[in-house]
Design a protein around this ligand. Structure first.
Ligand code: C2E
Ligand code: MG
Ligand code: MG
Length: 527
């Protein structure tokens, strides 16, 4: 047997041994049966090699045949080696791509923190163990305003910087997750008051100094809601929901941190009940629109009226509009509700005109209405059917609502005022609007809030506010309505201050349209 034959056979066998190693690696990575079959084939192949080597060395075979066989076997070994190597490379690439994809689906691009799905998985795992823990739900206060004021790029930078800082501060204590938008969460694996306080201090220290983004220094304030396992719930979605409710409570009551309690849960339940009831009431047309007269101070005769929604209950009582409008605003039901109010006000105007009414009807709008382009389109569609509508409707927007979203208020007010509608600032004095804002918005009227009017004769600061509002309004060319007048004395004081219009229980409480026609328009009744 010549040396060439031996070397080639050994080379071929070594290639197969190397393939064997690679095939074992592949077998470990995939569960496909074919690879195990290949593994056994290679082992047989190697055994075959050694058998041929043994057979050829003990028999007298022509060297040309031996070398041909050796070359063929080397070729076969090389082929197997290459195919398996390349297969492993592809499998590794696919594995890497899958891992990257998994990372992407479980992490947030902006902050690189694990995301809501990952958080929920880890929460679901955690509730399988008996040890108590607390779920911290964090939200940045006024992040929307920061975005609006400094731009989205700055908002993104701020979120990333905050996430990075808090994540570092929490290192070794808890793992931070980005739940969505400006919301973050983590699990603290203890629920003792000391460790909770320690954790809160850490969070506060992360936002102590302002963040620098786009050369802007932005100070962050947080609201935190906390729920506890197992006291508040043993279910992951309930724990998250309860921490979220506690967070909303923190925001609503301007507290930095609120622990979930059954009282909060009860309020939330009532909230959802009321929201469901509003939906049904809208569907069943249970709402009514009451009217309260607005008197002209020149002759104390009817000038206009304010439309106020009423929701009568089976027992004869009414649910306060302030209560259900807040719920409607938070559940998106305000739009159908406001649409109903405006449509009903339009119907009322038509009816009142038949009885000789020539004044205006004031309709209250909510913050959400002025943010909705759909609502604007609805008003414009009404104008298309009755072009004189803008002469009869005045929209009241509370000062607070205007301040909540100034750009939206400005846009909506400017667009509607170009179509002839007028605006009145409701509850003036309670919303801290700036004087420059009053100048730049198309405001035709100011309604002094009843809290100042009511006590203006006994409380000198209230009197001063009423007096200076009247002075300011005359300078801004706005009319003034004083609301909440209940006594002749207050009426007299307002008349001597030249207040344009007067509204309050002294003249009438809000009443339904038939009563209104009877009391104020029956003399002018047309058949
Ligand atoms: P508002 O627009 O400032 O309406 C005036 C509120 O003061 C009305 O309460 C009215 O009944 C009450 N009021 C009027 N004169 C007097 C008075 O002399 N003394 C006292 N104590 N109260 C007086 P109401 O109807 O309960 O409405 C409360 C608030 O709910 C309204 O304040 C308004 O912000 C909102 N609201 C009422 N109806 C609607 C509506 O149709 N749409 C929207 N978006 N909000 C509405
Ligand atoms: Mg009003
Ligand atoms: Mg008011």
């Amino acid at each position: 047997m010549d040396n060439f034959f031996t070397v080639i056979i050994i080379l071929g066998a070594l290639l197969l041994v190397a393939s064997l190693k690679t095939t074992v690696k592949v077998c470990k990575k995939t569960s496909q049966r074919a690879w195990s079959v290949l593994l056994f084939a290679i082992i047989f192949f190697i055994i075959g090699y050694w058998w041929i080597l043994y057979y050829f060395s003990n028999h007298d075979i022509a060297p040309v045949v031996m070398n041909m066989v050796a070359m063929l076997l080397l070729g076969g070994g090389g082929f197997v080696f290459l195919v398996i190597k390349l297969s492993l490379k592809s499998i590794l690439k696919i594995e890497q791509a899958t891992q990257y994809q998994k990372y992407q689906t479980e992490h947030d691009n902006l902050t690189t923190l694990p995301n809501r799905d990952k958080f929920f998985k880890s929460l679901s795992k955690q509730v399988e163990y008996p040890s108590p823990f607390s779920l911290f739900y964090i939200d940045l206060n006024n992040f929307k305003q920061i975005n609006d004021a400094f731009g989205h790029q700055c908002g993104d930078q701020l979120l990333a910087a905050f996430a990075n800082k808090l994540n570092k501060e929490l290192c070794g204590i808890a793992k931070l997750y980005r739940i969505g938008g400006d919301e973050f969460a983590f699990l603290l694996h203890t629920d003792t008051d000391e460790s909770m306080n320690y954790c809160v201090n850490i969070i506060n220290s992360a936002v102590k100094s302002p963040f620098c983004t786009n050369e802007q220094m932005v100070k962050i304030q947080l609201s935190i809601g906390v729920s506890r396992f197992p006291d508040d719930s043993r279910l992951p979605d309930q724990l998250l929901k309860k921490a979220d409710l506690a967070l909303h409570e923190a925001k609503k009551t301007f507290q930095p941190l609120v622990n979930y309690s059954s009282a909060i849960g009860k309020r939330a339940e009532d909230f959802f009940d009321l929201s469901a009831k509003i939906k049904v009431a809208l569907h069943k047309d249970e709402f009514e629109l009451y009217l309260q007269p607005i008197m002209d101070s020149k002759d104390l005769q009817l000038h206009g009226l304010e439309a106020l929604i009423r929701w009568p209950q089976d027992d004869g009582s009414f649910i306060s509009p302030e209560k259900f409008i807040t719920v409607a605003e938070r559940t998106g039901l305000i739009f159908p509700l406001s649409k109903w109010v405006v449509q009903e006000a339009v119907n009322h105007i038509r009816k009142l005109k038949l009885f000789g009414f020539t004044g205006t009807i004031h309709v209250n709008l909510s913050t959400k209405d002025i943010e909705s382009s759909e609502f604007y389109d609805f008003i414009i569609s009404l104008l298309a059917t009755d072009p004189t509508l803008s002469d009869s409707l005045i929209f009241e927007i509370t000062e607070g609502a205007m301040m909540t979203n100034i750009p939206a208020a400005r846009k909506m007010m400017q667009q509607l005022s170009m179509r002839g509608f007028k605006f009145s600032v409701d509850d003036f004095g309670t919303g801290f609007s700036s004087l420059s804002l009053l100048r730049e918005l198309p405001i035709n009227q100011i309604k002094i809030d009843q809290s100042f009017v009511k006590d203006m004769l006994t409380n000198s600061p209230d009197y001063a506010i009423v007096e200076s509002t009247l002075f300011l309004a005359s300078r801004l060319n706005c009319d003034v309505v004083a609301e909440g007048i209940e006594t002749k004395e207050v009426e007299q004081a307002l008349l001597s201050l030249n207040c344009d219009y007067l509204q309050g229980y002294l003249y009438s409480k809000p009443i339904n349209i038939d009563e209104f026609i009877n009391v104020y328009l029956s003399a002018e009744k047309v058949s």
